[in-house]
Design a protein around this ligand. Structure first.
Ligand code: KG4
Ligand code: ZN
Length: 344
């Protein structure tokens, strides 16, 4: 109960789809009481990317401590929790299984409902945490390490996918280019930082558009163009400016993201646009999107960086709305590595 005697709904959420082991407690869908993230980034940096087998092992090692910490920080016990939310796809199967098995065990033992959450639905829901006024319908550009989706959110838990990537995800392109220019993993934040020292107009990299599908994305071309450019420089015995490559690549990617989002804004007469996922914390993307939205009188929403990259608070928010919609999963809930958005 809160101070007005109203019943609170508390969700304990678990996220383990990639390289963060995370748990959170969320009250009434929008208030984050705790958000604990144990990142494996340092471990995977040694290998230049996420090693699935190692990710699963680390999740197993950390998950109980992370959940205990989330409950303790929220000042809640399992008795206070109304439902357990967990990411069950998409993601690395071994990593997802750790969270799913844990959530099932807790839900079963404590007699609580179990709610499987789509990871991308979680990323979109991250926008609700800090924007009390944001409610569907709105458009959302989801740009993460594994996904690039332009989504129309019609209602809570109701989506139309307007466009998606044909090959690499935006974050994946950031990570691959960063590795090629010697910045290491994870590439996005490093390119973001180094790009500030370079010129976005130094090198013209291609802006790919998919002819027959104006809202689909393709980032493999720009990635190859960067690799060709640096190989060309090396073959000529010369060097290249890491900062200029980073800034020019970043501009090529953000130009396409902004262009497509604005095309949708105009065609669908959108007045609210959100961005979500790890790449949504990119400073150049935020700036360019903000300027483009302002010109068109569109309100732009984005989460704080900690809610852009993987976390369990966003899963708790999505789980709350699924809970309200009546979604309940059975004890046969499994990890679905290629789960599609809107599928149950
Ligand atoms: O959403 P996320 O944590 O995981 C997935 O669901 O994939 O996104 C991680 C991705 C990585 O590719 C990372 O390089 C990228 O987000 N990223 C960024 C920035 N911060 C994280 N990309 C560009 N600029 C950033 N500041
Ligand atoms: Zn993610």
């Amino acid at each position: 109960m809160d101070e007005n005697g109203e019943k609170n709904t508390l969700i304990l959420a678990i996220e383990s789809s990639c390289d963060e082991t995370a748990a959170a407690v969320v009250r009434n869908g929008r208030e984050v009481l705790s958000n604990i993230i144990s990142s494996q980034i340092e471990l995977h940096t040694l290998y230049g990317g996420v090693v699935p087998e190692i990710a699963s092992r680390k999740h197993i090692e950390k998950i109980n401590q992370v959940i205990e910490a989330a409950l303790a920080q929220a000042g809640a016990g399992l008795d206070d929790i109304d439902a357990i939310g967990v990411t069950y796809g998409p993601g690395l199967v071994g990593a997802l299984l750790v969270g799913v098995a844990e959530a099932k065990a807790i839900a079963y033992a404590a007699g609580k409902p179990l709610i499987g959450v789509h990871h991308i639905e979680g990323h979109i829901a991250a926008n609700f945490i800090e924007h009390a006024d944001l409610e569907p319908p709105f458009f959302c550009l989801v740009v993460s390490g594994g996904h690039t989706h332009l989504v129309r959110m019609k209602g809570y838990g109701e989506f139309d996918i307007i466009g998606r990537t044909r090959d690499d995800a935006a974050g994946e392109a950031f990570d691959k280019v960063a590795r090629a220019i010697g910045l290491g993993y994870p590439g996005g934040p490093k390119i973001d930082k180094v790009a500030r020292e370079g010129s976005p107009d130094a090198i013209v990299f291609p802006r790919a558009h998919v002819e027959e599908a104006p809202y689909d994305f393709s980032f493999s071309g720009v990635k190859s163009a960067v690799l060709n450019y640096i190989n060309g420089c090396k073959m000529k015995g010369g060097s290249y400016s890491q900062a200029d490559v980073a800034a020019s690549f970043q501009k090529a990617v953000t130009d396409v993201l902004v262009d497509k989002a604005m095309r949708a804004v105009e065609e669908y007469d959108v007045d609210k646009l959100a961005i979500a996922g790890g790449v949504a914390s990119n400073s150049a993307l935020r700036e360019a999107m903000q300027a483009a939205c302002k010109k068109r009188g569109v309100r732009l929403y984005y989460p704080s960086p900690v809610y852009c990259t993987d976390n369990a608070a966003m899963i708790g928010v999505a789980a709350y709305y699924e809970y309200r919609n009546g979604t309940r999963h059975g004890w046969d809930l499994n990890a679905v590595p290629n789960l599609r958005l809107g599928e149950r």
